[in-house]
Design a protein around this ligand. Structure first.
Ligand SMILES: Nc1ncnc2c1ncn2[C@@H]1O[C@H](COP(=O)(O)OP(=O)(O)O)[C@@H](O)[C@H]1O
Ligand SMILES: [Mg+2]
Length: 302
């Protein structure tokens, strides 16, 4: 297979400052990430289709006619599934566009970039983008995840030189220039950026995004799906837990969990196990009452 041949000469960056993960796509772990996020309507697939069609269009149409940068921004409160969705999207994209061969995946730590390079010059950040990542992009399709980008792309106009040393300022500039250059130079690079603080995102970056999606807090339908999915995961090891996955129980759990995010919901199922001594050692003994109590305990929004 052509993709395999390319893969053998492409090299993933290992142990480079600022890079927290690098792997080939498709990847089964990321496929599970995709499957574990529940969003309203067809929004998840629409996101995947728009990222995929972006690559197809960028390969054929001049940038001046169709200014697509290949940047996807995922916004929303903490715990609504941004990081999980971003990893899943990377995998989904590689599967939709499998005719392009294997995708490389690189995840950059925004915190890591500013701390790892603090005290060095912006040169180190430039090297990361203009050499390490650029070389990888040169040889084939790439998805780059910049998680919690607000820590990197802090609105420069708000930056005070008293609280932010000039080298941080320069590092941020270098990173933004690096992302921009990467997006312009390579038509088969997709940059996925996530943020909890949309207001803190550099406006230049925001205006370049082809697709901005704000993940909602899960509504009743999504809460039901998340609870059911988490119960099923427990039931795979503790079969009697499956008894909780019935309409009446789910209905009560959904009602008690209004306002909670996806992370809190999944944790509530774990917390249910901790409601009694018996259930702590044998989750098979979990009851609806344990679950509802745990949800009420964790639901700070009600
Ligand atoms: N809409 C959702 N559907 C299913 N699971 C969700 C959803 N939102 C959050 N989760 C779960 O909550 C946990 C935290 O998600 P994460 O991606 O880290 O959120 P964020 O990056 O927005 O803080 C994960 O286990 C994820 O599967
Ligand atoms: Mg996250």
């Amino acid at each position: 297979m052509a993709g395999e041949a390319v893969k053998s000469v492409r090299r993933l960056p290992k142990d480079e400052p600022g890079i927290v993960d690098a792997r080939w796509l498709p990847d089964d772990e990321f496929k599970n990430s995709w499957g574990s996020i529940f969003l309203p309507n067809d929004e998840k697939e629409r996101l995947a289709r728009s990222a995929a069609s972006g690559i197809v269009l960028r390969a054929q149409i001049d940038f001046e006619k169709l200014p697509l940068h290949g940047i996807v921004l995922l916004l929303g409160d903490p715990g609504v599934g941004k990081t999980t969705l971003a990893r899943g999207l990377a995998d989904r994209l590689a599967r939709i566009l499998k005719s392009l061969g294997g995708f490389a995946y690189v995840e950059i730590s925004s915190h890591g970039l500013t701390s790892a390079f603090l005290g060095r010059t912006q040169r180190a950040v430039e090297t990361l983008f203009s050499q390490t990542i650029d070389e990888l992009a040169e040889t084939g399709p790439l998805v780059l995840l910049v998680d919690e980008i607000e820590t990197l792309a802090t609105d420069r106009s708000r930056m005070s030189f008293e609280t932010n040393p000039a080298d941080v300022h320069r590092a941020v500039d270098a990173a933004l220039v690096g992302l921009d250059r990467l997006a312009r130079r390579h038509r088969d690079v997709v940059i996925i950026a996530t943020s909890n603080f949309p207001d803190a995102i550099d406006s230049a970056l925001r205006s370049r995004a082809d697709f901005v999606y704000t993940l909602p807090r899960p509504g009743a339908v999504a809460r039901r799906a998340i609870l059911s999915d988490t119960i099923a995961a427990l039931a795979a090891k503790f079969p009697k837990v499956a008894g909780l996955d019935r309409p009446a129980t789910l209905k009560n759990a959904v009602a008690a969990s209004a306002g909670m995010d996806g992370r809190q919901l999944r944790k509530a199922v774990a917390a249910a196990c901790a409601m009694r001594d018996e259930t702590a050692t044998d989750p098979n003994l979990l009851t609806e009452s344990d679950l509802i109590q745990a949800i009420k305990l964790l639901n700070t929004s009600s």
